[in-house]
Design a protein around this ligand. Sequence first.
Ligand SMILES: *Cc1c(COP(=O)(O)O)cnc(C)c1O
Length: 392
Amino acid sequence: MNSLAQANSTPALSPSASPLQATYSGPKIIIDSAVIRRQAKRFNRALPRVQAHYAVKANPHPEVLRTLHNCGVKFEIASKSELEMLLALGVDPKGVFYSNPFKGPSHLAYAVENGVQWYVVDCIEEMDKVLAAKPDASLYLRLYTSNKGSLWPLSSKFGAAVDEVQPILENAAARGADLAGVTFHVGSQCTNTENWQTGIRAAKDCFAAMSALGLKPRLLNLGGGYPMAPSEIIENPTKQQLAPSIETIAEVINQELADLPDDIEIIAEPGRYMVAEAGRLICQVIGTTTRGQDRWAYVDAGFYHGLMELGDAFDTAVTSNHADNDPQALWTFGGPTCDSVDVFGKGANGKGTPLSANLRSGDFITLHNTGAYVYACGTQFNGFEALEVVVI
Ligand SMILES: *Cc1c(COP(=O)(O)O)cnc(C)c1O
């Protein structure tokens, strides 16, 4: 299938890409809100006891937030401006979770002023800070958990280790703080279902320790990390990131949740899962060459447009305007800036991405599954404008 034709609703785009060339105004991401709605529904169906709180950082575009809000999804934030965007949409701040383990004082003050109730902590110092700003805050403790099998590990930076938990709980109990929840984060694009099992079991142990100290546990926050699935439009399995489906992960989670008392509220913070598959990035080839054995295509979007994750192992599906049955070559892509980190598509084996051997300047490529952590991470480095975003 020709995905560029699909992206532009033009029938059978010719290999010369001339129809698109005539209207092309720079690299853009097209976000399909129907896919976001599908993902939200699927998450909800797989995990009926779990309320989704979308991690705004994955894609903070206002139309993306509105789509999720309209699906009944709630939110998780890390900063003042993320909260501002939610308030502008009419989101109830009571249901917003502030899950950044270290909150800048002005960001924290803004959240307190605007009615956010729930704040994460992973150490006594942060608990001091949050309670000074809001003595009646509801707190949840972030536990260290294994990030084994996650493409983007997050546990080295945050989380109370096993031997740090008890002193934090004792401190909270002694000062009468409402430390009422537990959270963990398995890492992003997590493909190891065991990590959720380990995290939930650690949370249950923590609940028992809390109750023993007179604290009143009532929140389990399963964090994020739910992986995007391979694109359904791309049929070449060698290009796909193998990942368990949400239903497979849910089987493990639901089993662990079965013996949790009903008065424990259960939430999760999916980011990538909700939006990644909804996005495709269209950019133009601005030149090609051969260096040694390697074919290179230089394109007008790259690392500094937010394609940071595509560096090496993090593969994604790529198509071009050429016919699928063209002879293939393995391509490495260079972004438009002069920085050598601005390269992608080498693939897990370092050899490149298979695409038509006829790729040349003026052609177009489409990077699929780019709805998460691309638009959000874009810069204007080296004088190249940030990506245009179109939500359909
Ligand atoms: C980034 C983040 C998420 C979302 O992670 P995904 O891998 O996109 O699901 C959720 N919670 C917290 C605290 C995060 O930092």
